[in-house]
Design a protein around this ligand. Structure first.
Ligand SMILES: NC(=O)c1ccc[n+]([C@@H]2O[C@H](COP(=O)([O-])OP(=O)(O)OC[C@H]3O[C@@H](n4cnc5c(N)ncnc54)[C@H](OP(=O)(O)O)[C@@H]3O)[C@@H](O)[C@H]2O)c1
Length: 317
């Protein structure tokens, strides 16, 4: 296939962890061309995307770019759509997702893959507040009404949250992991940097198989205690769990994060929802990503592959 005959996939948020993974997996397959949307053409990540072979176009992950998006999606067979992590009080996730979807349809895209999550508002009858879940579910519901093949990936909790946001602290000879879930609660986790791309590529490879499907992307299902024990075994560093599950515990361990009341409210809503209802609805196929992409990393494999030993690392774009 000459390079112009390869289907073009346009990736929104291409410099994000999920976006980078998608760009890489699509290009590595040599079956697709990729147009990568990112805020600035001269950022290190934009340059890296270009070096990998993507056509890089400057469009930020913010609403208000409908025209540019429609132009950017033109000629694309597929589009990967995503919304960024918004720090409260910002609330434009739903508007941004809808705008991306409308632009993809206007441009004649055949297949849209949106990175979504469960509708916490619906599942909990409004009792838990987690708009960064519910807003994605609302975007998903909207996309389902549009004249386009659509599929949805649901990423589990990121392993990288412990590296980027909820970092462990040294106390004497012990590395203490304040984790936002109860010690023995088993939750789904994943590495967004390596798992998103292969899962999304599998979906673009088989549009009819995955038409209308919502697919969890999971690397491991384990408790914080198991995460800490695995970390200790892999690194040889004495480690301990500490709870950052409740509002007071979160504030004690992460005063900077807790200074934003909107963030605390969302964070508490999310973890209480997870513990009371499960992160995913019970009918989801939690084995799908590991079955179709066997290289999806477990927590132990993530630690061994990245060599992470508890130090601060940024995955910023
Ligand atoms: N953390 C979790 O456990 C988890 C689990 C499931 C789903 N999610 C969802 O995953 C999404 C985040 O994905 P990710 O972690 O792959 O993203 P990410 O690595 O944090 O990257 C987000 C991208 O958004 C852009 N960006 C950053 N700050 C921005 C701002 N203030 N305004 C506009 N654009 C900004 C940047 O792109 P440019 O460089 O191009 O500007 C950046 O690359 C969120 O919607 C989150 O809810 C997270």
């Amino acid at each position: 296939m000459s390079s112009n005959e390869k289907p073009l996939i346009t990736v929104a948020g291409a410099a994000s962890k999920q976006g980078r993974s998608v760009v890489q997996a699509l290009l590595e397959s040599r079956r697709y061309r990729v147009r990568a949307l990112t805020r600035k053409l001269d950022s290190p990540s934009a340059r890296a995307l270009a070096r990998q072979g993507a056509e890089v176009v400057a469009i930020p992950l913010e609403p208000g770019h409908a025209r540019e998006l429609a132009v950017a999606f033109r000629g694309s067979h597929g589009a990967f759509l995503m919304t960024p992590p918004l720090t409260p009080p910002a609330t434009h996730e739903e508007a941004l997702g809808r705008e991306q979807a409308d632009a993809a349809v206007e441009a004649g895209v055949s297949h849209v893959v949106f990175t979504s999550l469960e509708n916490v508002d619906e599942i909990t009858a409004g009792r838990k507040f987690a708009p960064h879940f519910t807003d994605k579910a609302r975007v998903e519901a909207y996309i389902r009404t549009l004249p386009v093949i659509s599929s949805f990936v649901y990423l589990a909790y990121f392993y990288t949250n412990l590296v980027e946001y909820y970092r462990p602290r040294r106390q004497g000879d012990t590395l203490v992991f304040p984790i936002y879930l109860p010690q023995d609660y088993r939750a789904p986790f994943v590495d967004p940097l390596t798992a998103t791309g292969p899962a999304v590529r599998e979906i673009f490879d088989h549009p009819e198989t995955y038409r209308g499907q919502s697919l969890p992307v999971v690397g491991d299902i384990l408790s914080p205690q198991q995460m800490v024990e695995t970390f200790e075994r892999v690194t040889g560093i004495k480690s301990a769990y500490a709870s950052a599950f409740t509002r007071d515990e979160l504030a004690r361990h992460f005063p900077d994060l807790a200074a934003n009341e909107g963030f605390v409210r969302e964070s508490i809503g999310m973890v209480e929802y997870t513990v009371e209802h499960g992160y995913f609805r019970p009918e989801r196929d939690l084995q799908w990503s590991r079955r179709t992409c066997p290289a999806t990393l477990s927590w132990e494999q993530f630690l061994r592959t990245t060599g992470w030993r508890g130090e601060e690392r940024a995955f910023g774009a």
